[in-house]
Design a binder for this molecule. Structure first.
Ligand code: PEP
Ligand code: MG
Length: 883
């Protein structure tokens, strides 16, 4: 087997495409050699050798030694230097390099090959004894830590002691002789720990380092990193051994890192930093302030330290040329490492650079316009989830954060405002022009107006699909939910964080992007929806198959949804329309009415309000499909709670408040989520469904007349498990439709369909499809009922499952493909057997989740529907899923 691939001097055995075998670093080093760029010669031991190592009790394949020796010979031929030969000294670096970049997770050893003899050779070769001994002590320190497993602190202590003894402040004050003393102390200290002392044989050092790199694949840091980033253990790491070049050989040497474009703004301008007379670790350590590479960046940064452009103009221009070539070759922004050894430039690494969402967008669009990549590639390069950052104000990354607590990042964006604890206060504040954050233990449908009035919402209980989270996402308001470390005390009107108490009126900021709660106001960046954003969206729309609709019920949401490119409404939750203004009183009247007659009287008051809501929605959507769902939630959500509210309804109904309280108690349910809700309400009280159907059809006629664009409403029946349920409700809908057509003399086209949100509905989809003209997957309830996990209580224990590695992600956020997804797939197939042209969509929270959208494309749904702010994300994700 070939375990070792060499590179150097304008050619290489590997290439960029060999990442799985050579790791990212190794493959790119090979590629840079093939491009003829200056790369210190070396070789890569494959990831397969790493796997062999683990499969065989941490031993090496027989032929590996031979191949490594041959590869060292290859370096010798190119450099004229020989590993372990003091006459023609060759030192090497040994670095890990997995298929995916795992920054800082695994180990590196520099200056390998130094010992008591070769250090003298290095002093002679470099003409700098101080440099040689400094390198030697660095090597001992690094090697002892990485390979011998000795504590880093041990060496720092010795260094500090020596410094104190000699009365120095800085390492730079050490002379060659001083470093010799340090080296001796290091070696003596190692001998106390390990009888064999520090290994002097370069061969032995090399194999020690190779073993350490392989072993580091299984260190705790690397394992955690892999788990967090879904990197399989089976990938293994490669080992890169390379001739050392020194950035610390005096003032004509330097080392640095650069991005070929600005990684925070995306601007097409080389951006990077370097340090004169330094080795790579010095740049990372952050002890000295690095200098800018370009003059322009230096001026922008207001730095008085000379740029590389000024300091070494020839090297700079070579470097710029190389960066341009690399970018053209890789067709992406690169993140490079380089070293200058006595005026000669060496490239040590290149890879695709990490970037902010803003920069990603600009770079993708610019590169497509430069014809470096196609428009489809530009679309594929944007992480849909990252658009969240662009659609909302976000906290300026440069701002200071005074974090007082952390909850779930329930709805993206950041908001600042005064603390208020009730929705009434939120509204009052809004009216007087003040900005507030609504802080609640949890929210209920009655808080909708307060949530509307607030800049953002913070709750101390509840998960990602809690009321606060769902509604806030729908409104596009930032929300942090379930911040359990904070305590709300309504009585004293305080918010208690660890060691701090904030009062009503105090300013806080919430970051819905990461769940942080901060004290005080923080600088923000505003969203930018034109330009690059618009370009990517346009290209995405050309590439996708599925339609994207929005979940919306208010005119404001519907308009917002259209401005974000929604192609209709996939879910109008009518219950949300009953909390506004005095409708809630009529609603309560209806629920608490003694009989059908009373209910009908109350419904008659609601009818015109519903109708005008629908007219407005239909007009905004002008001919686009609108799915209206009949009343879904358990009735108790609408019940009066306070004394005043009971009095109010009692007055209207003309009965004593006491009577109402009794009726209200009778409506109590032990498990409302599985109780009297959904189509069960329509079965018990058909008059509610009839009123809603009438409002829909009358509105359709009116909106059609007003706009000249006929509306085809899609009437949706929730929580169906039995075909008989759907048939019962559908019969009422059809009858109302006939009546309205007769009364108005217009024909109304409409569809009647159902949500699939119970396992039984999925299993019986072929039967339900006999009556349903469309299915919309309500994956919130379908997840709840498939797992038997309450969506309102899940957050309390799901996080524990995640931490214990029992569940990869929250199934209420990203669809559980194996379970819930299987039901969706089954219902899709069964539905189509009965009714081939059945319209299929999804309207649970998953409709805005990129991974779930990919799944929807796979099973062939016709559309996804999500909250307005997620529409762009869904458009992009649908495009990526389609190509
Ligand atoms: C669902 O259950 O997925 C759904 C969209 O309905 P709701 O969230 O209103 O129960
Ligand atoms: Mg539901």
């Amino acid at each position: 087997t070939k375990w070792v691939y060499t590179f150097g001097d304008g050619s290489a055995e590997g290439r960029a495409g060999d990442k799985s075998l050579l790791g990212g670093k190794g493959a790119n080093l090979a590629e840079m050699c093939n491009l003829g760029l200056p790369v210190p010669p070396g070789f890569t031991i494959t990831t397969e050798a790493c796997n062999w190592y683990y499969a065989n009790g941490k031993t090496y394949p027989d032929d590996l030694r031979e191949q490594v020796e041959a590869a060292l010979g290859h370096i010798a031929r190119i450099t004229g230097r020989r590993f372990g030969d003091p006459e023609r000294l060759l030192l090497v670096s040994v670095r890990s390099g997995a298929r995916a970049s795992m920054p800082g997770m695994m180990d590196t050893v520099l200056n390998l090959g130094l010992n008591d003899v070769t250090v003298e050779a290095l002093a002679r070769d470099s003409g700098d004894e101080r440099f040689a001994y400094d390198s030697y002590r660095r090597f001992i320190q690094m090697y002892s830590n990485v390979v011998l497993g000795l504590d880093h602190e041990m060496f720092e202590e010795i260094l500090e002691e020596e410094k104190a003894r000699m009365g120095y402040e800085l390492d730079t004050e050490f002379s060659a002789g001083d470093w010799r003393v340090v080296v001796d102390s290091y070696k003596a200290r190692i001998e106390e720990e390990l009888p064999d002392g520090f290994p002097q044989q370069p061969e032995e050092q090399l194999w020690g380092a190779i073993g350490a790199v392989f072993s580091s694949w299984m260190n705790a840091r690397a394992i955690t990193y892999r788990r967090l980033h879904d990197i399989p253990e089976s990938w293994g790491t490669a080992v890169n051994v390379q001739a050392m070049v020194f950035g610390n050989m005096g003032d004509t040497s330097a080392t640095g890192v650069a991005f070929t474009r600005n990684p925070s703004t995306g601007e097409k301008a080389l951006y990077g930093e370097f340090l004169v007379n330094a080795q790579g670790e010095d740049v990372v350590a952050g002890i000295r302030t690095p200098q800018n590479i370009t003059e322009r960046a230096r001026i922008d940064a207001g730095s008085d330290k000379p740029s590389l452009q000024k300091l070494m103009p020839q090297v700079f221009s070579d470097f710029v040329g190389i960066c341009e070539r690399l970018e053209k070759h890789y067709r992406d922004m690169q993140d490079v490492e380089f070293t200058i050894e006595r005026g000669k430039l060496w490239m040590l690494q290149t890879r695709s650079g990490k970037r902010t969402a803003r920069a990603a967008l600009k770079i993708a669009v610019d590169m497509a316009n430069e014809e470096l990549i196609s428009q489809e590639e530009a679309v594929a390069r944007i992480d849909p989830a990252s658009l969240d950052q662009l659609l909302h104000p976000t906290i300026d990354p440069k701002a200071k954060r005074d974090v007082i607590g952390v909850g779930l990042p329930a709805s993206p964006g950041a908001a600042t405002g005064e603390i208020v604890f009730t929705s009434e206060e939120a509204e009052d504040a809004r009216q007087s022009g003040r900005k507030v954050i609504l802080v609640r233990v949890e929210t209920s449908p009655e808080d909708i107006h307060g949530m509307h009035a607030a800049e953002g919402i913070l709750t101390t209980r509840g998960g990602m699909t809690s009321h606060a989270a769902v509604v806030a996402r729908g409104m596009g308001k930032p929300c942090v939910s379930g911040a359990g470390s904070l305590r709300v005390d309504y009585r004293s009107e305080t918010l208690i964080a660890a060691g701090r108490t904030l009062k009503k009126g105090d300013i806080i900021t919430i970051d819905g992007g990461n769940g942080q709660v901060l004290a005080g106001a923080v600088d923000m960046l505003q969203p930018e929806l034109s330009g690059d954003f618009a370009a990517i969206m346009e290209w995405a729309d050309k590439a996708r198959r599925m339609k994207v609709r929005a979940n919306a019920e208010t005119p404001a949401d519907a308009r917002m949804a259209r401005s974000f490119g929604a192609e209709g409404i996939g879910l109008c939750r009518t219950e949300h329309m009953f909390f506004e203004g005095d409708r809630i009183i009529a609603m309560r009247e209806m629920i608490l009415a003694a009989d059908e007659k009373g209910r009908r009287a109350a419904l008659a008051k609601l009818l015109p309000m519903q109708r005008s809501d629908f007219v407005e929605l239909f007009e905004i959507m002008a001919g686009l499909p609108v799915t209206i769902r009949l009343l879904d939630p358990p009735l108790h959500e609408f019940l009066p709670k306070t004394e005043k509210e009971f009095e109010e309804v009692a007055h209207v109904l003309g009965v004593p408040a006491e009577t109402l309280r009794h009726r209200s108690e009778a409506l109590h349910e032990f498990n409302p989520m599985l109780g009297h809700r959904g189509c069960r309400l329509a079965v018990s009280y058909p008059e509610i469904a009839e009123m809603q159907a009438r409002a829909i059809f009358e509105a359709a006629v009116q909106a059609g007349r007003d706009t000249g664009k006929p509306v085809v409403p899609e009437v949706m029946v929730p929580l169906v498990g039995l075909k008989t349920e759907l048939d019962f409700v559908k019969a009422r809908i059809d009858e109302v439709a006939r009546n309205v057509m007769e009364e108005t003399g217009e024909t109304i086209e409409y569809l009647t369909g159902t949500m699939i949100e119970l396992p039984r509905a999925a299993v019986r989809a072929h039967v339900i499809a006999e009556s349903a003209e469309f299915f919309s997957f309500g994956t919130n309830d379908l997840t709840q009922t498939t797992f038997g996990i309450s969506r309102d209580d899940a957050a309390m224990f799901l996080e524990t499952y995640r931490k214990k590695g029992m569940l990869e992600q929250d199934p209420f956020v990203s669809i559980d493909v194996d379970g819930v997804g299987e039901l969706v797939r089954m219902a899709t197939e069964k539905g189509r057997t009965t009714r081939p042209a059945i319209k299929l969509g999804i309207c649970g929270e998953h409709g805005g989740d990129p991974a779930s959208i990919r799944f929807c494309e796979e099973v062939g749904l016709d559309y996804v529907s999500c909250s307005p702010f997620r529409v762009p994300i869904a458009r992009l994700a649908a495009a990526q899923a389609a190509v």
